[in-house]
Design a protein around this ligand. Structure first.
Ligand SMILES: C[S@@+](CC[C@H](N)C(=O)[O-])C[C@H]1O[C@@H](n2cnc3c(N)ncnc32)[C@H](O)[C@@H]1O
Length: 314
């Protein structure tokens, strides 16, 4: 298999260039996934380096940890849970980060596993939780949300122009029997599209599935909390404990709403004297990468460098 890890890390060259740690440096990978980025950053940190891995998905976290441990030299620790709480793990370890990466969303390994319910291509239970140990599933949400809330979410998070029709069809269909599988939902969404389904470039269910996944995992809420946590921590330079002065933070987003949150946060941080943006425009995949990994299509990387103390930006 060309991709035994089940996921190809996106924008790997740019991540290495912009977020490669100094020798012996400390890396905080907030979304370890299958460990592709973390492995490259661990190699750069080398002997004496430290890598903190975090992921909501215990299976991915264990896979990434095993992979990064194989890289000689670096000390590895991990935290299962949301990246919004990563300060606790850093404080417990007594580590301060030099490089931070958040590669948002989900890994191909999760998408390709029918039992996780992320894909309408494979039939499986409508779960969609990144963290299988807690929270409501997509089936739970579909059973309890009102028609108008569903329509708003499919429109705002999925940007689907047929959101109202889809929500109405879902509510009609669930009055007969609750949704249990990905195929049941995909069939209902296609029915809502009607003859327009044939004109659609992508599968009609694509956007509804994306909206549900974002809701199930509160992905925008988690990103907001993460950005607030870093802002609060950087505001305490030079007495901050788990973030080193001059630390760099990179965020790869795949959704325009996420990218907008990151862009606005980085501009606001710069204005507040917390550091400077290293990317004015987001870094995107080259044509060569897109040929090898079409999933990189919507990836946008923004990088921020924190100051050594507040106001000491340049
Ligand atoms: C795109 S993948 C990361 C891939 C990784 N960079 C690699 O090279 O293999 C995103 C990962 O982030 C995790 N994730 C998403 N939201 C999270 C959150 N709020 N806290 C922690 N992990 C999260 C997902 O479970 C998934 O494993």
């Amino acid at each position: 298999m060309s991709n035994p890890a089940g996921h190809l890390p996106v924008l790997l060259e740019s991540i290495s260039d912009l977020l490669g740690p100094p020798p012996g440096g400390t890396v905080l990978d907030l979304t370890a996934g299958r460990g592709g980025h973390a492995e490259a950053l661990a190699r750069a940190a080398g002997a004496g380096g430290r890598i903190m891995l975090c992921d909501l998905d215990a299976g991915n976290l264990a896979f990434a940890e095993a992979r990064v441990r194989n890289v000689a030299g670096a000390e590895v620790r991990s935290m299962h849970g949301s990246f919004a709480n990563v300060d606790r793990a850093m404080l417990a370890a007594g580590w301060a980060a030099d490089r931070i990466l958040a590669d948002l969303g989900f890994a191909s390994s999760q998408m390709d596993d029918p039992s996780r319910g992320f894909s309408f291509q494979n039939d499986g239970a409508l779960d969609m939780r990144l963290d299988l140990s807690r929270g409501e599933t997509a089936a739970d949400l579909l059973a309890r949300m009102s028609e108008s809330a569903l329509a708003d979410a499919i429109f705002q998070l999925g940007e689907d122009p047929f959101a109202r029709r889809i929500a109405r069809t879902i509510v009609e269909r669930r009055s007969r029997a609750p949704f249990r599988t990905t195929h049941e939902l995909a069939i209902a969404v296609s029915a809502a599209y009607g003859p327009k389904a044939r004109e659609s470039r992508m599968h009609p269910a694509t956007r509804t599935f994306m909206a549900l996944r974002i809701m199930v995992n509160d992905e925008l809420g988690a990103l907001r909390s993460l950005l607030e946590a870093f802002r609060a921590t950087a505001s305490n330079f030079p007495s901050t404990t788990w973030l080193n002065p001059k630390a760099r933070m990179g965020v790869i987003s795949f959704h325009s709403l996420e990218d907008r949150l990151v862009k606005h946060a980085f501009v606001e941080w710069e204005t507040a004297g917390l550091g400077k943006r290293l990317t004015r425009k987001p870094v995107e995949a080259t044509d060569a990468e897109l040929r090898a990994n079409p999933r990189a299509r919507s990836a946008k990387l923004r990088v921020f460098e924190f100051a050594s103390e507040i106001g000491a930006v340049r």
